[in-house]
Design a protein around this ligand. Structure first.
Ligand code: PLP
Ligand code: COI
Length: 351
């Protein structure tokens, strides 16, 4: 059965003020948002309403104890105007894994999926059709229940906002392999998309930006000897013709792009390995020319080639290849996402 959703439409759309040919990432917002409250132990009727501020009690636990989680997904439109999502149920499942870890109530799949589809119908004109642009979707849940007692709140809000968006990174990405700070630790919340994971990254990332890098590549918190993931994407390393990515763990986000890329690469005959990658191995491969490519993979970043990395005060450049794996895989995944080719995996979900 479809969930009942209340719809309150905006009086006048803002869409005419948006330049769809020059879209930034995630800073122009569509007309509507979906809100659904959890109170008295139950989810209430979801409401689609004009995009607007949320008013909270100053003692709402989100402000004090950071009970906040989110997802990132995209909607695309094909040449015939059909709207598609990419593996959306995986986002719903992952949001609920994050919810469990942060003691936030599970969002029913019907509210997530029916709410999202209804919102995309209402704001359908906001889905960009230009090459490289899409509608970035941000579902999130946080504690609205109040009080200074350091314990889980008794009320929550589930919200979905959308933003027509262009590329996440402007150009090629330079990364710094981290030796001191850690993003996540064993037994922690690294696998969850918890807002606090990102807050904790900002300071070390700021230090890296001051040194001329765009992102930090996190290493394991214990030895800092193994590459884990970047701030907003999983990392792939190509050594000769083998594509390697680290296994997921309770420190690493189980990226939907990552697992899709692994599948597409294997089916394209690219040798893949999911195993620990030591920093020493990458540095050695960079020195002897075996390191052919590094790239990040994520919903926002899609596939972002890495131009070079810094480690222990030294910079290593990656070669400029003709037809790199990154470009081949990016084309395959975006062609599937935008309905340009067959989808043998059943990943596309039409509205
Ligand atoms: N790792 C982190 C820390 C992220 O924030 C993201 C983005 O969602 C990813 C990896 C990639 O995950 P996905 O491909 O599911 O977007
Ligand atoms: C995404 O790729 O959707 C993310 O959530 C990364 C985000 C930090 C921009």
């Amino acid at each position: 059965m479809k969930s009942h959703i209340e719809i309150q439409r905006i009086e006048k759309s803002k869409i005419d003020s948006v330049d769809f040919n020059n879209l930034p990432f995630g800073s122009v917002f569509s007309d509507h948002m979906l809100e659904c409250d959890f109170k008295n132990g139950a989810w209430q009727t979801p409401v689609i309403k004009p995009y607007s501020p949320i008013t909270l009690d100053p003692s709402a636990k989100i402000f004090h104890y950071g009970q906040s989680i989110f997802e990132g997904m995209k909607a695309y439109k094909d040449a015939a105007g059909k709207t598609m999502l990419f593996r959306p149920l995986d986002n719903c499942i992952r949001l609920n894994k994050s919810a469990e870890r942060l003691v936030i109530p599970q969002i029913p799949e019907a509210i997530f999926m029916d709410g999202l589809k209804a919102l995309l119908e209402v704001d359908n004109d906001w889905i960009p059709t230009n090459e490289g642009s899409s509608l970035y979707i941000r579902p999130f849940m946080f504690a609205t229940g109040n009080g200074f007692h350091a314990s889980p709140a008794d009320a929550y809000k589930f919200v979905i906002c959308t933003a027509p968006s262009g590329a996440y990174f402007a150009g090629k990405v330079k990364v710094l392999i981290e030796e001191k700070y850690a993003r996540a630790a064993n037994g922690g919340v690294g696998f969850a998309k918890a807002g606090g994971n990102y807050a904790g990254q900002f300071y070390p990332t700021q230090l890296a930006i001051e040194k001329g890098y765009n992102q930090v590549v996190w290493t394991d918190d214990n030895s800092h000897q193994f590459i884990e993931e970047a701030g907003a994407m999983n990392i792939f390393v190509r050594i000769n013709d083998t594509l390697i990515t680290s296994p997921t763990s309770d420190r690493i986000l189980d990226g939907i792009t990552r697992k899709s890329i692994l599948q597409i690469a294997e089916d394209a005959g690219i040798k893949t390995e999911v195993r620990k990658i030591s920093v020493g191995e990458v540095v050695e491969a960079a020195k002897n020319g075996d390191l052919k490519e590094m790239f990040g993979a994520g919903t926002a970043a899609v596939i972002s080639p890495i131009a070079g990395f810094g480690y222990q005060e030294k910079d290593y450049d990656l070669p400029e290849l003709e037809n790199p794996f990154a470009a081949q895989l990016k084309k395959k995944i975006t062609d599937i996402q935008t309905n340009k080719v067959e989808d043998p995996y059943g990943w596309r979900v039409f509205l």
